[in-house]
Design a protein around this ligand. Structure first.
Ligand code: ZN
Ligand code: FE
Length: 253
């Protein structure tokens, strides 16, 4: 069983290290802050042997070279933006498999936030590291792709087993909840989730990771195929247009 160590870094990122006791290997998911990652690994007695990047943004790949020069870490990252990933050793894409010891992660291409964004799904751990593709009650801004591309990407995440634990890269949940309740004011599961989030944030508790089942019931960006939501947004039968509308409303919220 892998050990996942989560810690806050930069202003609102989460860092993740996961460690395989059997092989002694440790993977860093993204590298927002090299010094903090090295400190956290040392505090556990681990050496970062692998870096798994989700996308090229500096709050995800900015610490690659410093960690690599400190530990010799092997860097895996998105093939479709390989030229933007510092120190990349192994470019990967949809259908590829990455190993940490005996544990396999399956790569999903989830473009939209950036054109090469990937997610790491680890079936044996019921987990996925989703970067900035999906957040608790939110999704990444569409900086490089199109709403249709992003909806296709979110549809891949929606298709994972509902009990999958989603490790998102940012603590954006309180703001996402304030927006989500304006989109589905009558969604009882969402209202309960929003209350729960507010209470947890008042105690400075983390709202990441989340679980896919709860996001399927509450996250408006994953619910653009819901007929009631489509009608409310003015696009019955059109998930892409509904998704685009919700994303546009959030961008201006
Ligand atoms: Zn990003
Ligand atoms: Fe980010």
């Amino acid at each position: 069983m892998l050990i996942i160590h989560q810690f806050p870094c930069l202003s609102d990122n989460y860092g993740f290290l996961f460690h395989d006791p059997a092989s002694g290997e440790t993977a860093a998911i993204d590298t927002p802050d090299a010094d903090e990652y090295l400190r956290q690994a040392a505090s556990k007695g681990w050496t970062i042997s692998h870096i798994w990047n989700t996308h090229w943004h500096p709050d995800h790949a900015g610490g690659n070279l410093k960690i690599k020069s400190a530990t010799g870490a092997h860097i895996t990252g998105p093939a479709n933006e390989a030229d933007k990933i510092p120190g990349l050793d192994r470019p990967v894409g949809q259908g590829d498999t990455v190993q940490l010891g005996d544990v396999s992660a399956h790569i999903l291409d989830v473009p939209g936030h950036t054109l090469g964004h990937i997610a790491y799904h680890i079936p044996s751990q019921m987990s996925a590291f989703v970067g900035d593709a999906v957040f608790a009650l939110g999704c990444g801004r569409i900086f490089e792709g199109t709403p249709e591309m992003m909806w296709q990407s979110l549809s891949k995440i929606k298709a994972l087993p509902a009990e999958t634990v989603l490790y998102c890269a940012h603590e954006y949940t309180a703001a996402n909840a304030r927006f989500a309740v304006t989109i589905e004011p009558n969604n009882g599961a969402l209202l309960a989730y929003a209350d729960d989030i507010q209470a947890r944030r008042e105690k400075q508790e983390w709202t990441v990771p989340t679980v896919l089942a709860r996001e399927l019931a509450c996250n408006p960006f994953l619910r653009a195929d819901d007929p009631g939501l489509q009608s409310a947004m003015g696009y019955p039968g059109d998930a892409v247009a509904t998704f685009a509308k919700i994303r546009q409303l959030k961008d201006n919220f």
